[in-house]
Ligand binder design. Structure first.
Ligand SMILES: [Zn+2]
Length: 536
């Protein structure tokens, strides 16, 4: 018998993603789309019925900020995200995308990705050159969720000129622009920068402007991990806003936060800067992850001059006692120009080792390790960086809860995990496995920072609208059947800094394009995700 619906969700409270209050209705799904939303749809009209009494039904969550580019090639299901209710994953953030790759600089690209994505991948072996090659590769692997790609500035720069620390020549800039244009033609939704990471941070504002103009021509978005999220944050926001204004495209500030004790409270000013720009017609938005700690390489706590020349050079230099003394002096005096002093911002007890070859160090702060090893905290850092180079990853407690909730309440803030994949084993930041349920458990149910309708809007329709994806983010007839069905009374993250890979509880079903991708905390193995391509 041919029934009208493949799946019918009966009796749930629908929060449609627009911010409107819930209403009770049934949803009939056919061909991967929402066919009908109405009261009392007939169960006999469906192949399968899910009872959702006392449960909340929402659009699937959009993770506006992920670093799953390489992870998706290895685990295309991306279980950590599916289990949180993420049905669309925005990749290519912070200037880092897998492609384009040029033959001339493919080795530099491979080592860049190995560092930034925690896993060795060879573009040559994968036979990836153009932006579209990566998307086709991913499509063939059948991802578990929808993937929305951005093209990364560092990647484009490496393709045109390697990792060189200088301005591009005229020819090189032309080549970078051509790479961005081709990526946009092949489906990128915009251009991202990561202006604290080499080689993205070698770029002038003018260089980024030229490239952003190209993305703007294709109606793309400009997303940015800014040059500073601490002492020099206002200047960094001004730079982002200038790029949006002069290149004529929307600007999205990635993982917005205020770093460092002496800057706490300044989110009042950062949000005001954005609000004023919006009033002047600059479309600026931001996203956020709901944790007091960030995560980066241990080496990033050292002044940039220390890291010059790359790992082979600095690991050697750091063995020298007098060199160490100089570095300590620079850090103590906070005298390196334009540098975010993370030691000053977090303190040694706020820097916690999360990935290291020293098992005994994992989960402990630099201050605690110093006590344990009877050496200075500086020597703990120098020894670890000298020994493990960029392999040692830290969690940094540098944010204030009041800034987090202020940014969260802001109307154009959306939710993004900024998750660093642990490939199922490494102890990474818990945001990889906990972000979305944490918003709904801790910030909605426990603290009442957001209403549930507002929280869902920040995970769905706002993100879809901002990144320019059609047919997603709202429970609406004709829209894709990406959905989360959960219990608002029990939904909760369980990932902690000690046990970051624990999945959440309280989510009954996750649907990706109409197929059940997760049920009761387990992935089903469905691979119904699509690689989304931007169209003008
Ligand atoms: Zn970033």
């Amino acid at each position: 018998m041919n029934r009208e619906f493949d799946l019918l969700i009966k009796g749930g409270r629908l929060i449609d993603g627009t911010g409107n209050p819930y209403f009770k209705a049934d949803i009939g799904i056919s061909g991967g789309r929402i066919g009908r939303i109405a009261k009392d749809l007939d169960p006999a009209a469906a192949e399968r019925v899910i009872r959702a009494d006392n449960l909340t039904v929402t659009p699937g969550f959009i993770d506006t900020h992920s670093h799953d580019d390489v992870y998706l090639l290895i685990n295309p299901r991306c279980d950590e995200k599916i289990l949180q209710g993420v049905t669309t994953n925005v990749i290519g953030n912070c200037g880092i995308s897998v492609s384009p790759v040029s033959k001339a600089h493919s080795a530099e690209m491979s080592s860049f990705l190995a560092v930034m994505c925690g896993q060795k991948v060879s573009a040559d072996e994968l036979n990836i050159q153009t932006f579209g090659d990566y998307l086709s590769k991913l499509e063939a692997l059948r991802p578990g969720m929808n993937v929305l790609p951005l093209v990364g500035h560092s990647t484009v720069r490496i393709a045109a000129m390697g990792a060189a620390n200088r301005a591009p020549s005229g020819t090189e800039l032309k080549e970078m622009k051509a790479h961005v244009a081709r990526a946009m033609e092949e489906g990128a939704f915009g251009l991202s920068t990561g202006l604290i990471y080499a080689p993205s941070n070698y770029a002038s504002t003018e260089e980024i402007l030229e490239l952003a103009k190209v993305a703007g021509r294709f109606h793309g978005i400009y997303t940015t991990h800014m040059r500073s999220e601490g002492d020099a944050e206002p200047a960094a926001i001004a730079e982002a806003l200038r790029i949006g204004r002069e290149a004529g495209l929307p600007v999205h500030i990635s993982h917005h936060k205020v770093l460092g004790k002496e800057n706490w409270g300044k989110s009042v000013d950062t949000l005001k800067m954005m609000a004023e720009a919006r009033d002047r017609g600059v479309e600026v938005t931001c996203d956020q992850y709901p944790y007091r700690a960030g995560s980066t390489f241990l080496a990033a706590v050292l002044p940039p001059a220390v890291l010059a020349g790359g790992p082979a050079v600095f690991t050697d230099k750091l063995k020298d006692k007098s060199f160490r003394a100089q570095v300590v002096e620079t850090i103590e005096k906070d005298s390196a120009p334009g540098w975010e002093n993370l030691i000053k911002g977090a303190g040694f007890d706020g820097i916690v080792i999360s990935v290291s070859r020293h098992e005994a160090y994992v989960g402990k702060s630099v201050a605690a390790i110093a006590k344990m090893e009877k050496k200075s905290p500086y020597d703990v850092i120098f020894d670890l960086v000298a020994e493990e180079s960029l392999g040692c990853i830290i969690i940094l407690f540098m944010m204030d809860e009041a800034d987090i909730t202020r940014i969260m309440r802001n109307s154009w803030t959306m939710i993004g995990s900024d998750g660093i994949p642990g490939f199922g084993v490494k102890k990474v930041h818990p945001r990889m496995s906990g972000t979305f349920p944490r918003i709904l458990g801790r910030y909605v149910r426990e603290q009442g920072v957001l209403t549930i309708e507002e929280a869902i809007r920040k995970m769905t329709s706002l993100s879809a609208q901002t990144f320019g994806v059609r047919g997603k983010g709202i429970l609406k007839e004709g829209f894709d059947a990406d959905m989360v069905i959960f219990d608002p009374a029990t939904i909760q993250d369980r990932a902690t800094y000690e046990e970051p890979n624990k999945g959440p509880v309280g989510i009954r079903y996750v649907l990706v394009n109409g197929a059940i991708a997760a049920q009761d905390g387990k992935v089903t193995g469905a691979t119904s995700g699509k690689v989304l391509r931007h169209s003008m």
